[in-house]
Design a protein around this ligand. Structure first.
Ligand SMILES: [Zn+2]
Length: 299
């Protein structure tokens, strides 16, 4: 019966993924998730039942609308598969059904938020509240830790937002980011909040770096680029050096640490200058990085 159980979980996951597709599309178009029924975004014809079966319909229709042959986005089967993976992951990693359902809600909402944030900078508040509630239920034996985690996560980012407005005269973080970090706090709890916030910011750093470097080259900010490379280089060097320990290394370690701080300071100074002069500005969606950090926690 075991295989039957997992097939059932997989099918439920595919159907759930199909619902997540609707949620993504309707969040982007700001329509209700219940009405109107699913239709082709190009010709507007309502979809028939056999055109709404996860994965299979995409295969039968060969990725094209049955009425107008308009290509169906590859997003649909990908999100459906993601729904299946989330279901199987949640039921493998959690014996308790309540925990499994909480994990499904947390990862699904993060998936939707990541997509809408990347696509059109949209963070739907209700989706972050669902993560908060699911996080509190997931931590129901340690509710205080979860609640303080949520408050602190949102609080720290609010503080950064206020400081950003005060010193740089621009929004460093938005209300959506405050809600996202609050949601992360409810899931990981206060005791692990700082480490997973740090992971999220580190992932964000890695994700936005290519775009940032291209921007620096385009603006011919070669000095900033130089400090950026030196800073990252010394960070990496320090990381590998710390695992070796004999006396000689300690002196080198100190030298590397001092240079890292120096390059870091120079880099910060340059970036603050660029931010103040509004030469470099690109919206950096935070939802995918926070979602990945949360996934690490749940693994
Ligand atoms: Zn069509």
């Amino acid at each position: 019966m075991d295989w039957f159980y997992w097939i059932l979980v997989g099918i439920m996951g595919l159907c759930w993924g199909s619902f997540l597709n609707v949620l993504i599309i309707r969040t982007l178009t700001q329509e209700s998730i219940i009405f109107p029924p699913s239709k082709c975004p190009h010709c507007g014809n309502l979809l028939l039942w056999w055109q709404k079966i996860p994965i299979i319909s995409y295969y039968i229709l060969k990725g094209k609308c049955n009425f107008c042959s308009f290509p169906i986005s590859i997003q649909y089967p990908i999100i459906e598969l993601a729904g299946m993976i989330i279901f199987i992951f949640a039921f493998i990693t959690n014996v308790s059904k309540v925990d499994a359902i909480s994990v499904i809600m947390i990862l699904s909402m993060f998936l939707v938020l990541s997509y809408t944030d990347m696509k059109s900078k949209k963070i739907h508040p209700i989706q972050t509240y669902i993560i908060m509630i699911a996080g509190i239920i997931f931590n129901r034996y340690d509710i205080i830790n979860s609640l303080i985690g949520g408050i602190m996560g949102a609080g720290v980012i609010s503080l950064f937002m206020i400081l950003g407005l005060k010193f740089f005269d621009r929004e460093t973080f938005g209300v959506g980011d405050i809600l996202l970090f609050g949601a992360l706090g409810c899931v990981v709890g206060f005791d692990k909040l700082y480490i997973f916030m740090l992971y999220a910011l580190l992932i964000e750093f890695i994700l936005i770096m290519p775009k940032y470097i291209i921007n620096l080259i385009r603006l011919q900010q070669l000095e900033t680029l130089k400090y950026l490379i030196l800073f990252c280089g010394t960070c990496l060097f320090l990381y590998f050096l710390k695992s070796i320990s004999f006396f000689g290394v300690k002196v080198v370690l100190l030298g590397v640490l001092i240079s890292m701080l120096y390059f870091g300071l120079k880099l910060t100074k340059n970036i603050i200058y660029l931010l103040k002069n509004a030469e470099i500005q690109s919206y950096c969606p935070l939802a995918p990085a926070i979602a990945l950090s949360c996934l690490f926690f749940l693994c």
